[in-house]
Design a protein around this ligand. Sequence first.
Ligand code: MEZ
Length: 536
Amino acid sequence: MYTGAMRELIKKVEATRPQRLGVQFPRMTAQEKDDILKENYPDYKDDKFRNLNVGVNKGSKVPQELAELLEAKSRLQDLDMDLTKFNYDVDVLIIGGGGAGASAALQANEKGAKVMIATKLRFGDANTMMAQGGIQAADKPEDSPEKHYMDVMGGGHFTNVKELVNALVTDAPESVKWLNELGVMFDKEDDGTMVTTHGGGTSRKRMHAAEDYTGAEIMRVLRDEVHNKQIEVVEFSPAVELLLDKDGKAAGAVLYNLETEEYLIARAKTVIITTGGAGRLHYQDFPTTNHYGATADGLVLGYRAGAELIYADAVQYHPTGAAYPSQIFGALVTEKVRSLGATPLNIDGEQFTYHLETRDVESSAFIRECYKRGKGIDTAAGQKGVWLDTPLIEMLLGEGTIEKRLPAMMRMYQKFGIDMRKDPIIVYPTLHYQNGGLLIDENCKTKVENLFVAGEVAGGIHGRNRLMGNSLLDIIVFGRRAGNSAGNKFKEVELKELSLDHVKAYHKSLDENGISTDKISPMLLPHYTHGSENDK
Ligand code: MEZ
């Protein structure tokens, strides 16, 4: 429900609407984009980052909150574990139960591997489930993987690893076809043609969606398929450390059963990390769109074992997090709302930026409008935000469009007495995605032999800024590639004695570099109360 003061402000939005209808706001030039990013984007706040003192990326800049976890002690530091007895013994161990993990499992299973997924919470508690707006694939006649490639590179400011982008866009049409054939209910025209829309930074309409819960729909189907194939899934059992063999090759993980509080040994010929992102670290105190378990665990496990990080300092703040009401503060308002035509407006009802700039640029424009130009709207909870003029969608595309294309979003706002078909909503950037991560090659290999990585925990694909819909794509493309790689590789692996020597070596390196800490990682669960273990 809007307050009386907000209702007065909405009148200004309504007053400017007729003159804005059908008029496109000019896009920024390359120079304007560079300038607005440097002056406003959170990644450019140097005091919020620091250089790592240990590990493969010693000297590299990462967010303060992540540095603390990467330089923390292992949960196993005081435990004497018998590594000759195994609770699980498999060919391919997948750590993480989101879309990348499920895709990897299906592919490795197809190759004849004995596969196990170990997941921290329930199977499907993952950022995949939270993705709303769609998945990109250049599968229409006017589009091509080459055009998709150029968009991905442009969105990432040409910092992307080219081979990874090539893999992403080349596999995209086949990936969407695979999902469609598995049963994902994509939006289609009456004749069966896929409905596609634009996202920020796309030169063609290539966003395929299942209304505004695309990720949940994809996860529903993948999870069913994993169960159909009778692949073992161990829930509430996060990995707390990788196991290597005496030659330094990945050979399993120590799992922690959250219910029984036991540590369990999972031996594996190959390991795939698919643990997702880090939104629950709340970098720079931003709220997040991420699921409860997104605490950077995979970065910690991989880094301690010797895998390299790339662009760990590049973080995505989605421009449209809900800024009002406070009950949904930071929740995702899908980019699809803007791709259907909603535009951002300031307190005077004026548009101040093109509505589909890439996410980093769009977010910067919102931050500038609120804090440098003082033209944000004050919400009752002390937050600032800008209007997103959602009624414009119905005016541009016809009555009923919001109910048909954005039903979940419409219901979310209705719960709070806001009808987004009639009134604009208030939004502000929210922490959404980890652009960087563990460096992989196009077959998802890392620097550590027999260790593969896929999904949000991997880095390099999106450079320093990801475009909408390329994350759902990335988890499928690289999840499947990781599953294929591990599913081929396990056949030639002869397992040797398991070891945690790399953890001891890491602790030694912390000491040698003068790092004294009582922090423990991986974090596993976020802490929203004072005095918990990670507040130390
Ligand atoms: O790719 C994403 O992050 C996505 C689809 C999010 C959204 O705005 O819906």
